[in-house]
Design a protein. Structure first.
Length: 282
């Protein structure tokens, strides 16, 4: 199973990361042996501000040569499809085709902050926008829009659907996307088990668990299979929990370093912590 992790926007000491800091963090992740850097997106008001993940990934692309670079997940319904396709192709080019485009509809909080868009409308916009983005990445005309992709980016990156495990979303992930991303936030092991089984039954292939919180300094607590699934536990227990995901059949995991003490920003891992986290799947 592949293992990825995100880059925060502050370092382990709490200082904001500039471009050189992001590049340094990306190299640390690659040198520690991780398979990917997965950046989340957020437009939720009054929670914690997040930078544009594509900006972070562009800097990470320049600082690395091997790791995959992905969004998990990028909130699509509120973006212009032509502008989005241009950005996707640009990141695919500068990363040497290492970009993986995970997309989603965003939460209800995002919809409320941007005019109270109904639940069904968010998903309609997501899939309509992504159909346009995919067509433009393949060099097709959509109305008057045409991007004429560079040959190296023809077809664009892999596009994965970030969604819960409803029948409609899983069918969409199989039919219209290159894989399924299930967020670990507010998700239990039993939900993950049910979702991956249904996804595989539908013919789904690539499956990922994203935004899985990890804090190996947290005290041991017995895993409640109906409660939140996290790696907030000592290393031996965290390794066992990751092995549960391997046994369920997930192909990759995107971790998110957090502290047990609540902060407005995620704390980035130190070099030693990255090595310890990577060793969980040694």
């Amino acid at each position: 199973m592949k293992l990825g992790i995100n880059i925060s926007y502050r370092d382990a000491a709490g200082a904001p990361l500039d471009a050189s800091g992001i590049a340094r963090r990306a190299r640390m992740i690659e040198d520690a042996g991780f398979d990917a850097i997965w950046q989340p997106d957020s437009l939720v008001p009054e929670v914690q501000p997040r930078p544009d993940p594509m900006v972070w990934l562009s800097i990470a692309a320049a600082a690395t040569t091997r790791v995959e670079l992905g969004t998990a997940v990028y909130i699509v319904p509120f973006r212009n499809p032509l502008e989005l396709a241009q950005r996707v192709l640009s990141l695919q080019l500068v990363s040497g085709a290492r970009f993986q485009f995970g997309v989603g509809a965003g939460s209800s909080d995002v919809a409320l902050s941007l005019g109270g868009i109904p639940f069904d409308e968010r998903f309609r916009r997501l899939h309509a926008t992504m159909a346009t983005v995919r067509a433009l990445c393949h060099g097709e005309r959509v109305g008057d829009a045409f991007l004429d992709p560079w040959p190296e980016t023809q077809g664009g990156p892999a596009m994965l659907l970030g969604a819960w495990h409803s029948e409609i979303s899983l069918k969409r992930a199989v039919r219209d996307y290159d894989g399924w991303i299930c967020s670990a936030a507010r998700t239990s092991l039993n939900v993950l088990r049910e979702g991956i089984a249904r996804y595989r039954d539908l013919g789904g292939r690539r499956a990922m668990v994203a935004t899985l919180p990890v804090d190996l300094t947290a005290p041991h607590q017995r895993l409640d299979e109906d409660g939140p699934f996290t790696l907030r536990c000592p290393p031996a227990e965290a390794a066992e929990r990751l092995q549960r995901l391997v046994e369920l059949g997930f192909d990759e995991v995107g971790l998110q370093k957090v502290n047990t003490v609540a902060k407005r920003w995620e704390a980035d891992a130190t070099e030693d912590e990255l090595a310890e986290i990577r060793a969980l799947l040694a």
